[in-house]
Design a protein around this ligand. Structure first.
Ligand code: PMP
Length: 333
């Protein structure tokens, strides 16, 4: 490979692994964040979208001029729409109307056909994921990306994100920490790292309102409370998450996640999305559990740009009963 990448597809992946300096100093561990917000479509989901699309092309279910249909919290739809533009397909995206205006607006700007639907639980037949499957089945020439249960998703992370982390750390990884939406990122990386070194600790991070923390700790799916965090948490164990190693689980509340993304902004100069707050707070908790001298890797899923009107808006936060963290200036050392 030379210095030139081939179009959008060639620009997916190979993201930097960033040492989070203040949090590393605080914990005495290396806290490392995989900079997935630097993917060309702006999120970790570019990798899954690419893997799903390439497999559909290879198996022949997606033909030139065809349509890709998906139910998404936004980022997978954004990645898929970029890829559809780059490869000559139409994108039809079903998204709950609770997701940020930035993501929904961006999908429209990119040229996706967007259907916003009320957010209803997975057991409801009108849930956005199930609806997207039905639309795909009824649309001639369409394929359903089905990111939750299509294993092409986690295969993409097993084949790219995992090996990149292993190479960037020269194999010095003590723990891998990530929240899950589909579970593709968590599981693909966890399976790869465990194969290279069974002692890598795999830690599932979860927001309130999601059933996976209790599942990881007790085997029972149950949840309490709710979260403002978009794109993560689940009421079920998806095919992508099934069989993934889980050594520990950490639950993070919204205010702690918020404090974490503002600290990343003020102290590291990184402007990131809400799931990053859950991931990095859980990475810090994992570092505390392990003790100093360990290397903990997590994912910086997307940028704060996608949540400016929410996570970075004092009034919106106040409406949710949350405090906007104050800016603290720390002299450069
Ligand atoms: N963070 C954000 C912002 C996301 O959009 C997603 C995907 N829905 C995730 C994290 C979780 O990634 P995965 O689907 O691979 O579990």
């Amino acid at each position: 490979m030379g210095g030139i990448t081939e179009g959008f597809v060639g620009a997916v992946g190979h993201t930097p692994l960033i040492r989070l300096q203040a949090l590393s100093a605080l914990t005495g561990c290396e806290i490392l964040g995989k900079a997935e917000f630097m993917n060309p479509g702006g999120s970790v989901k570019d990798r899954a979208a690419l893997g799903i699309l390439l497999e559909a092309e290879q198996e022949g279910s997606l033909q030139p001029g065809g349509t890709v249909v998906e139910g998404t919290a936004g980022n997978t739809g954004i990645g898929l729409t970029h890829l559809c533009n780059a490869r000559g397909y139409r994108a039809l995206i079903v998204i709950p109307d609770t997701q940020s205006a930035e993501k929904i607006g961006l999908l429209r700007s990119l040229g996706a056909e967007v259907r916003t639907v009320p957010a209803v639980p997975y057991r409801d037949p009108n849930n956005y994921v199930k609806l997207s499957g039905r639309i795909a089945a009824e649309t001639p020439g369409a394929v359903w990306a089905n990111q939750f249960d299509n294993l092409a998703n986690r295969r993409a992370h097993y084949a790219s994100t995992g090996p990149e982390i292993w190479e960037q750390t020269a194999g010095k990884v003590d723990a891998w920490v990530a929240a899950t939406g589909t579970g593709g990122t968590y599981a693909g990386v966890a399976l790869y790292l465990k194969e290279r070194n069974p002692r890598v600790r795999c830690v599932l991070a979860d927001p309130h309102g999601s059933a996976l923390y209790s599942w990881a700790r007790t085997g029972e799916l149950s949840s309490e409370g709710s979260s403002i965090t978009e794109g993560i948490g689940n009421s079920r164990v998806t095919a992508n998450l099934q069989g993934a190693p889980v050594d520990d689980a950490v639950r993070i509340d919204d205010q702690s996640a918020l404090e974490t993304i503002y600290s990343l902004l003020w102290r590291e100069g990184l402007f990131l999305g809400g799931s990053v707050g859950i991931n990095v707070a859980a990475a810090v908790e994992t570092a505390r559990r392990l003790g100093p001298g360990h290397t903990v890797v997590t994912v910086l899923c997307d940028s704060g740009d996608r949540y400016r009107s929410r996570l970075y808006d004092r009034d919106w936060l106040a409406g949710k009963g949350l405090r906007q963290p104050e800016r603290t200036l720390v002299p450069a050392g």
